[in-house]
Write a protein that binds this ligand. Structure first.
Ligand SMILES: CC(=O)CC(=O)O
Length: 662
């Protein structure tokens, strides 16, 4: 039910008249003679007239002054759509195109430190020096440069320098275990490894030099290590002793001899490789292209999130989550991007908000789990900190409990525009999210993003209105993968998105699209709960269970048994001092029965010490389900890619001990 008490935020004059999307609508009227009464009408046009919409984005953002093209969409089949043949543009060049003296390009904060500004001029100079160094190492189109780096200014510089020379970038955050990093980077076959000596997190320093040596040993294609010695400086000490590998110190790189030259690459030239979470098999290397990413991030951040040049845009993320790339996309808008290298909960749970205060961040991106944790802490950031500059929060990763939507508006930053966004690595962007033209209501993503032909489908491919179905995208997007790494015939790519509905992208989430176009995502469809033929999203259960003050975290899975039975245990982490006794079990079951349905009541409610998650915060529903079905821990998760890996062994023991018929 959606009543007015659910309304948290409504567009004001700034949004309806001064936002980027308002300017876009005016521009469509004057330049194209197109008028739309509301967001819904604009979205319908944008997701059906693809050449019309994407050519409008192209012109509105001035790309026609950069390059021409033969056609907008030469082939619209999925997979394999052909966008903007004939166009040539370089992501790095576009990121540096709006350099200005007026504002910094980067504001960098190390955990416990003070913010440091890097000007656009300085950023361009550093990109030029590193690009020149890469060219001296013989790196160019067809090569890969890999980063083993935390969220440092050097990481942004290395990405832009790699793109500038036309090579492919990929990164793993150093908090990943070495086997996980190797499972990814081995596939990418990097020629150069850019690595930091360590990182700081939660008040501790982690030395990673030995891990870098191990990586170099495991990556026979690496010829050069570009070493960032910041925490443990020992410039003359090579980290790897492997023959044939040269180590260069980042801080000692010579200045470039000439101006920065950007490789002139076609629209679909590979830009970077992003990695799937790798919790259900070998991580998939998702390759996205220069043109598709430029266009998508201009549209998503500009027309969707209303990012502007004067914004200071912070995302709390490691370099392994696609939102880091989504953060760097802020440069395309001439915005200042804020890089925080550290834990959002250091020195206390409000660490991230302190960084926002220190840096004057105007738009802050966070994972849902972090927001919920701050809510639970009982602190009142709005009273303790000056978040006056903050205008918008981007929330993603998983669904937000209803209470947290309200808490953000009441206690974190009253008046702020909370944008819940859903998309992912696969497109490095947003499928559904906020719009300056749409109100924000509790529990609802305001609408599908422009250009995204999003729908809910039933198993036979029929669209569902106001009912939960598979999230599909029925028309191509420019940032869809060019291909996967090591997938020459595209079989892995097709199997990932196109096996259920040939020619239509199945994203792997359960979604409901309401008549007002608002969207509710109810969890991953590959971890669906299916009781007696009724499908239920795990997120619905979490939303109820995690509202109880005694429950800190939870995980639910539905296990098909060999005997045809179905077992649906709910695992809960209780708050200190709240044992999971019969009383609490009954309160949980009663809340689920009342707020959802008797069918949602779990078969067992079991205490656990922690919920294992991917390093980007997603609960490990599918791996746990598979363990409960008898899979070996090592077959369903890759070491170092999950939090609380010890819990996977716990689930294996539980499967042996407590599963019905087990
Ligand atoms: C934008 C997103 O969808 C991010 C994520 O959940 O991985």
């Amino acid at each position: 039910m959606n009543t007015d008490t659910d309304l948290l935020w409504s567009p004001g004059r700034r949004e309806t008249e001064d936002s980027n999307i308002a300017s876009f609508l005016r521009w469509l009227g004057t330049d194209r003679g197109l008028r739309f009464d509301d967001y819904a009408a604009l979205w319908r046009w944008s997701s059906t007239d693809l050449p019309g919409f994407w050519s409008a984005v192209w012109e509105f953002y001035g790309l026609d002054a950069v390059t021409g093209y033969d056609e907008v969409l030469a082939d619209s089949s999925m997979p394999g759509a052909t966008w903007f043949p004939g166009a040539r543009l370089n992501f790095a060049e576009r990121c540096l195109a709006r350099a200005t003296d007026a504002r910094p390009a980067l504001v960098c904060v190390a955990e416990g430190g003070t913010p440091e500004d890097i000007s656009w001029e300085e950023l361009c100079r550093q990109v030029g020096d590193v690009a020149a160094a890469l060219r001296r190492m013989g790196v160019g189109p067809g090569d890969c440069v890999a980063g083993h780096l935390p969220n440092l200014p050097q990481t942004v510089v290395a990405l832009l320098a790699t793109a500038a020379v036309g090579a492919v970038w990929t990164a793993c955050s150093p908090d990943f275990g070495t086997p996980s990093v190797l499972a990814r980077l081995r596939q990418a076959r990097p020629a150069v490894l850019v690595a930091a000596d360590g990182y700081r997190h939660g008040g501790k320093e982690y030395d990673r030099r030995a891990d870098v040596a191990e990586l170099v040993d495991g990556l026979p294609t690496v010829r050069h290590v570009l070493a960032i010695d910041r925490l443990f400086p020992a410039p003359d000490e090579p980290w790897s002793r492997r023959a044939g590998v040269a180590q260069h110190s980042w801080s000692a790189l010579p200045a470039a001899e000439g101006p920065l030259v950007f490789a002139d690459v076609p629209f679909d030239h590979p830009l970077w490789i992003l990695w799937s979470s790798g919790t259900t098999g070998v991580p998939k290397g998702i390759v996205q292209g220069h043109g598709g990413i430029v266009l998508e991030l201009l549209k998503a951040l500009g027309l969707g999130a209303d990012l502007r040049a004067e914004d200071r845009y912070l995302f709390l993320t490691s370099t392994s989550w696609m939102v880091w790339n989504f953060l760097v996309g802020g440069l395309l808008h001439g915005s200042t991007i804020v890089l925080y290298d550290g834990s959002p909960t250091f020195p206390d749970v409000n660490g991230a908000w302190r960084v926002a205060e220190q840096t004057g961040a105007t738009m802050v991106g966070v994972g849902a789990a972090y927001l919920a944790a701050v809510e639970r802490s009982g602190t009142h950031p709005a009273a303790e900190l000056d978040l006056g500059a903050l205008r918008s929060i981007l929330q993603t990763g998983s669904s937000l409990p209803d209470s947290t939507w309200r808490w953000v508006h009441e206690r974190l930053a009253p008046g702020v525009w909370l944008q819940s966004i859903c998309g992912g690595t696969d497109i490095c962007s947003v499928l559904a999210g906020g719009s300056p033209l749409l109100p924000v209501r509790v529990g609802r993503i305001p609408g599908p993003s422009l250009g995204v032909a999003l729908a809910a489908w039933d198993p036979s491919g029929q669209p569902l209105a106001g009912e939960q179905g598979e999230l599909v995208v029925t028309a191509p997007l420019p940032s869809m993968p060019l291909h996967f790494v090591d997938d020459p015939d595209g079989a892995r790519y097709r199997a990932s998105y196109f096996d259920t509905y040939p020619g239509v992208w199945r994203h792997g989430d359960w979604v409901t699209v309401h008549p007002d176009l608002s969207v509710v995502v109810s969890g991953r469809s590959d971890s669906t709960l299916n009781r007696m033929g009724v499908r239920m999203g795990s997120a619905d259960l979490y939303a109820v269970v995690e509202q109880l003050p005694e429950v800190m975290d939870s995980l639910v899975v539905g296990v098909e048994r060999p005997d045809g039975g179905y077992f649906m245990p709910l695992f809960v982490v209780t708050a200190p001092g709240s044992p999971l006794d019969d009383g609490l079990r009954e309160r949980i079951a009663a809340a689920v029965r009342r707020r959802l349905s008797p069918r949602h009541v779990p078969d067992a409610i079991v205490p656990i010490a922690a919920v294992p998650r991917t390093l980007t915060g997603k609960k490990l529903e599918v791996p746990v389900k598979r363990i409960l079905q008898g899979a070996r821990v090592t077959d369903v998760s890759s070491a170092g890619a999950v939090t609380h890996p010890e819990m996977l062994t716990w689930f294996a023991d539980y499967a042996g001990r407590s599963m019905p018929g087990g």
